[in-house]
Design a protein around this ligand. Sequence first.
Ligand code: PEP
Ligand code: MG
Length: 609
Amino acid sequence: MTFLNASPPAETDIRRRSILSGIAVSSGVAVGRSLFINRRLGFASTPVKISAKKIPLEEERLEEATLALVMEFEEAKRQLSSQSLGPAAREQADLLDAYILICRDPKMLALALDMIRRGRVSAEWAWERAVQSVVGAFEKMDSPYLRERAEDVRAVGSRILARLRGESHLLPAGLEKCIIFAHDLTPADTLALTPESVIGLATEMGGHTSHTGILARSLRLPCVVGVTGLEEAALDGAQVIVDGIQGLIIVNPGEPELLEYAELQKEFSRYEDRIRQEASLPAETVDGIRAAVYGNIEVMDEAAQIRLLGGEGIGLYRTEYSYMARSGLPSEDELYAEYARVVEIMSPAPVVLRTLDVGADKSLGGGRLEEENPALGLRAIRYSLRHQDIFRRQLRAILRAGSNGRAAIMFPLISGLLELRQAKSVLGEVRQELDNQGIAYDKDMAVGTMIELPSAVFQARALAAETDFFSIGTNDLIQYTLGIDRGNKYVSYLYQPLHPAVLQAIRLVVDAAHAAGITVCVCGEMASDPYCLPILLAMGVDEFSVNPQAIPIIKYMIRNFDTAELGELLRQVYNSSSVRTITRLVKHHIHDRFRTELHFINLLNDTDL
Ligand code: PEP
Ligand code: MG
């Protein structure tokens, strides 16, 4: 392993061993030399007084540093648009836009310039005070959304500060196989990460769903986030271990630890190879029950990887993402080109296109509606039925794209029979219109209903009689069944997929679908949770649509289940009234069979029993 850029630390520091813990967000082990980038704001800074004649110089330095960062972010955005990183790229582009706005904010800059003039302090010191006062104001806000913006201001602030200090805050060129430590990583930083330059990551900030984790998983880099004390403990050039399985960082490990981790690394690659090698085999249980495993995608570019990972189709295409990425609305031909491409890439495998699901946490270019309760407001199918011009345009594009392979259409957040009939009636009119115009389209395209609301669960029998398939959106079904906001950290402890009420709801839906002779898919996150999978399989769920990276492990697990044994587990689950008991039953059932797999998977919510 070569390490080009960091200068070696003092001899005494090399020997100081420490272990830090955080949240494992991307599995695997990396052993190498560390490089620290993006130190936090205020790290070891001191006030410096300046003479009056130096004031213009300090003002200029600050303005230049700000401008240079804007240019750097703009360049990162340009690079992004020439790459195809899927949803991670989209998230990065949005963040870059937010960062550019912060850099350009005239008030923060004016505050710092004023301090330089009046207080006769260095640009570094003035800038830091200005950023901290803005951060402080954001942190006091009532709205959680605005409180989170404090992190963005801090991230931008520390990068400008690094520029003023002449420190590196980007990955140096020519880097080879090192472990990046950072206070936090911006999208601009993560763009430069490749498996050639970096072998592991750790940050002080971040949680389970931070963008660093998403990117690390797609690059298959071991990663631990939320590591308190990383900045103090880690020196550039120190030997470190990133344990992305248990969420540990070991600085200056001893010889026995290095041997132990070398062994674990080998075990992990054997595990990964085994799972991936089998990914192309059918998802058939030991006793011959066949399920289908599909991938969920947000943007067109993700389609190609579904096949490579063993996916048998796309079970959920969240079409709203390409609307959200634009400032105006896409034309029918633009939509057609995008959908036709995905359908062609996947053909003859199926692609299920969900119609627009905007509202709640996702808004179109024109901004959010003023709604007291957006999650209970004009979202998903309700939005489409209200804005029929947008809806019809999308339906035409989907129907036309169907001629290029095998596509199906699916309506989100259907609350009951009336709404399904309304949506189908618009679809019927659009079909008629295409017929009248002599435009080719798929005349037999299947029409599915997403089950995401308790009202749809209770009307499942009636809905099943008028639809070609069901797809259970468990992310929303859990939210609306248990009455908790799926994105609210204060009630996240109540987000329980194994809650008996959730399981009973799914049971009703599966039974209603099968009684009517239609298939049922689960396309929410529950489908890729190793604890939920055996229950869903035992209930008779026919199809699982999961995030692409989870396809190999889900297929592997299905291939190792015996539904006769799962039937007994299900009987016990139905007789249990607490999440705790149900979790214990499932854990007990799968623990021995999947000991290695459970060890290596980063579980989102591993209830401690
Ligand atoms: C769901 O709700 O489970 C689902 C798949 O839809 P989304 O996550 O896009 O709301
Ligand atoms: Mg949903």
